[in-house]
Design a protein around this ligand. Structure first.
Ligand code: GLU
Length: 459
């Protein structure tokens, strides 16, 4: 397992081993051996599936495209996690992300294990027909290991409803007569997807931020006012004051989080910057997010890139470089683009006091430590961006029952689930010196360890 995830899992196991109240049945040498087996189980995937998809391109060339499906752990249920299409996808990255899914599902009590897939392509360089063939081939090559009770993929970077619909259709071709609605989640509504799935990650990201900064704080402000916890101190210093917000990424997660921040009356945010793969747009007074959403919808998802275009559509903003969003003097920065955005080499330039991880792993381990040192608050991916997989779980349930919920019901269930997770960890977190990410990991590892122990998997 690469980097951050692996290191924090090891630290969590170490802390739990030293806590005699955790699995007290395990003592002495047996305790040592059991924790060693836990470390081995959590640091390696159960299965790594790799293939080279043979695709005849539109021009007649035949290429072989590397593709992965990595099944990290299924102690809590079938493997679950997205498939990303990106030119830098590699085995280490997918393994790391699969492990993060195992932990994310454990933390939020979603009854799934963790998996992840990847295809090494830049989807923008392929025609629709070619992408269709790539999706079909992916399912053909991995059909033995996929299925509603085995491993359930979903969208991730570079994939969406269209790809999930194609993949589910191929799964259905290969497995005639078997239930197929639960084979993929993140499908379009007409293909059996769930209302609210598309917005779920972005909404969940913003909900987590608002709950921590406002709702929970408000309810507990008495007991937290003397707390030494840096989060409590920072959050209380904002009580009732408007916050300036920057959002990196204007895709499925960032654009929804930006709109939620724009609309939120509880925190009276000003969304002063948004960015995408081309530009950062900045306006100190606040950006008109609905107008930017309308522009992006009409322009293949891209933000306007020139002062002339901004003028034409009547939008007031300065055009900055795409990376500039990271270094603005804002209160809150949402990272909803790619991984490894804040690293040892640029962390010193980051000025935001609160960072929310909408993407998976946007901060490297070294940068994470440096930010903790400087008192920056981080709401980690494992906690904040689970909305996608939580609504994927509701989609899977709805597919089983062929009974569908309204959009309102979905959001209610989503927020209740995320709130339950936060209520389970926040009281301890506010009284504990461990950073929030570490706290979440300890919870997830505790859950997995107990299940693995009870199921006799540690011998
Ligand atoms: N790709 C998303 C994630 O990283 C969603 C996974 C899912 O819905 O299974 O959490």
């Amino acid at each position: 397992m690469a980097s951050q995830t692996g290191a924090i899992v090891q630290q969590s196991l170490h802390a739990l081993m030293g806590d005699p109240a955790f699995l007290p049945q395990l003592r002495g040498e047996l305790r040592e051996q059991s924790f060693q087996s836990l470390a081995a189980i959590l640091s390696t995937p159960n299965k790594v599936h790799k293939a080279f998809l043979r695709i005849a391109l539109g021009g007649g060339n035949v290429v072989r495209i590397p593709a992965f499906r990595i099944q990290h752990n299924d102690a809590l249920g079938p493997y679950k996690g997205g498939i990303r299409f990106h030119e830098t996808v590699n085995e280490d990255e997918v393994t790391n992300l699969a492990a993060l899914m195992t932990l994310k599902n454990a933390l939020h009590e979603v009854p799934f294990g963790g998996g992840k897939g990847g295809v090494v392509i830049n989807p923008r360089s392929y025609s629709e027909k070619e992408l269709y063939l790539i999706c079909k081939k992916y399912v053909q090559y991995f059909s033995d290991v996929l299925g509603p009770d085995k491993d359930i993929p979903a969208p991730d970077m570079g994939t969406g409803e269209r790809e999930m619909d194609w993949m589910m259709a191929e799964y259905k071709n290969i497995n005639p007569g078997s239930p197929y609605l639960g084979s993929f989640t993140g499908k379009s509504i007409v293909s059996g997807g769930s209302l609210g799935r598309r917005e779920a990650t972005g909404k969940g990201v913003y909900f987590t931020f608002r709950y921590m900064l406002h709702d929970f704080l408000k309810e507990h402000s008495g007991s937290l006012s003397g707390s030494d916890n840096p989060f409590a101190k920072t959050a209380l210093s904002y009580a009732g004051k408007p916050m300036s917000v920057a959002v990196q990424g204007f895709g499925n997660v960032g654009s929804v989080a930006a709109l939620e921040a724009y609309k939120c009356s509880a925190l009276r945010n000003r969304v002063v910057a948004v960015s995408d793969r081309n530009v950062t747009l900045y306006n100190e007074e606040g950006l008109d997010i609905p107008a930017l959403l309308a522009f992006a919808a009409a322009n293949k998802g891209d933000l306007p890139t020139s002062p002339e275009t901004l003028e034409e559509i009547g939008l007031k903003a300065r055009v900055l470089g795409r990376e500039d969003v990271l270094y603005l003097g804002v209160d809150v920065l949402f990272l909803a683009a790619l991984e490894d955005q804040i690293r040892a080499d640029n962390v010193a330039e980051v000025k935001a006091r609160i960072i929310v991880e909408g993407a998976n792993a946007p901060i490297t381990g070294e940068a994470d430590a440096a930010l903790a040192e400087s008192g920056t608050i981080i709401i980690p991916d494992i906690l904040a961006n689970a909305g996608g997989v939580i609504v994927s779980y509701f989609e899977w349930l709805q597919g089983r029952e062929t009974q569908f919920y309204t959009e309102e019901e979905i959001y209610k269930l989503l927020f209740a689930k995320m709130q339950k997770t936060m209520n389970g960890i926040l009281p301890a977190y506010f009284g504990d010196p461990l950073p929030l990410r570490q706290n979440c990991y300890v919870h997830a590892v505790m859950k997995l360890s107990s299940v693995l122990y009870r199921q006799g998997k540690l011998y």
